[in-house]
Design a protein around this ligand. Sequence first.
Ligand code: SF4
Length: 456
Amino acid sequence: MPVPISQMATVASYVFKQKLLGRKRYPLVLMLEPLYRCNLSCAGCGKIQYPSNILKSQLSYEECMQAVDECPSPMVSLPGGEPLMHPEIDRIVAGLVARKKYIYLCTNALLLEEKLQLFTPSKYLSFSVHLDGLAAEHDASVCRGGTYAKAVRAIEKALARGFRVTTNTTLFQGADPERTADFFDTAMRLGIEGMMVSPGYSYAAAPDQEHFLAREATREFFRRVFRSPERRKNWRFNQSPLFLEFLVGTREHDCTPWGMPSRGVFGWQKPCYLLQEGYASSYQQLLDDTDWDRFGPKSGNPQCQNCMVHSGFEASAVEEGFSSWRGFLAMARAAIFGPRVPAPSGADAVAAPPPAPEELLPPPGSSLDATPESLRAAFRYRGDVTLVLDDGTHLEGFVADARESEVTFWPKGSAVPERIGTARVRHVVFSGRDWVERGREVAEAGRRRVAAAERA
Ligand code: SF4
């Protein structure tokens, strides 16, 4: 069983209840992101490129519980950043278990072995260990040697102590289908409960912009991975079998970003875990104030055209499975007999072009008059800016959101944001370091070290 029966029953009855209540949008998994800081700097991740005061900030236990109490999803994912670096992670997990939430604590597992004693095995808690393939592929993906071996050791320790353990894998252009299938075999042999797999998404802030797969290439890739019925019958995935059919192109889904709402240090992220269109201060405000029709491939939004990520489409697959008898039977058939997989076409893998940014960002050092556009650019800039106010005050810090009437501003070095009326801002100077550029340098240096170690 990739998921315990109690969890399946809880999720199924929750979704049925939403249907009976006629709710069009409901959360399936709360992505509770308690911090952005991490002990790795992966090439495909766009989450950690922030000034140091933002990376040092985190959601408190109380803020985490408030988010969970606002958002009635039966499952909570704890991504990051690295959640095991949060000083109250054990308390947060205990609070979620007390609320009977099924938790996926997403970790790179570098700290898992030493932190295991903070937790108690529970049917509600699963460690979801980040592994992007076998040792060579995973270490290259996370830009640090030895990471795979350490994660595998931690998985074995966690399993031996009775914890639920799953893996989560993100795949990029250049991944080899045969090696990926080997990795799935290996992960199953470790004795984990199930695997979660997703193609990467082309974050504008990710250091590596060249290795995200285009949509058709993603389908072709997964068809090759799943081509052997003999092998795939031994694989267990803790995700909807209809999502797997979506990945191989057996079926189509549109994105349902409201199914996995994301609450992080800046608030409730609009519209999804990946795009940053601003933040809402409550879950209800997120639902009410987001123009959901602007997102997902069918909307025509260029940012969404090549996206097939788990956090956007898993809830769509679950929704399909519970929307009609036809969907339900398709889900049951795929769960019992495995996903239907078309034969590979033999087409070459093609990288997706990076999504067009909504606007070009000014280079570091630029100074602009304050306008809605320049304040918006300041919000998109991953570095500190200096706001020059009407009384001549110069405020340096990070713009975490820019609305029509106010900006949310984290003064340099501060862990507490301020709100500043846009009418008071006269100029915006892009004065701080661009952390996206810095992330590229760090990831590139890490990859060179991994490659050199491989050669040695
Ligand atoms: S398609 Fe992808 S990027 Fe677009 S809203 Fe959905 S999850 Fe976000």
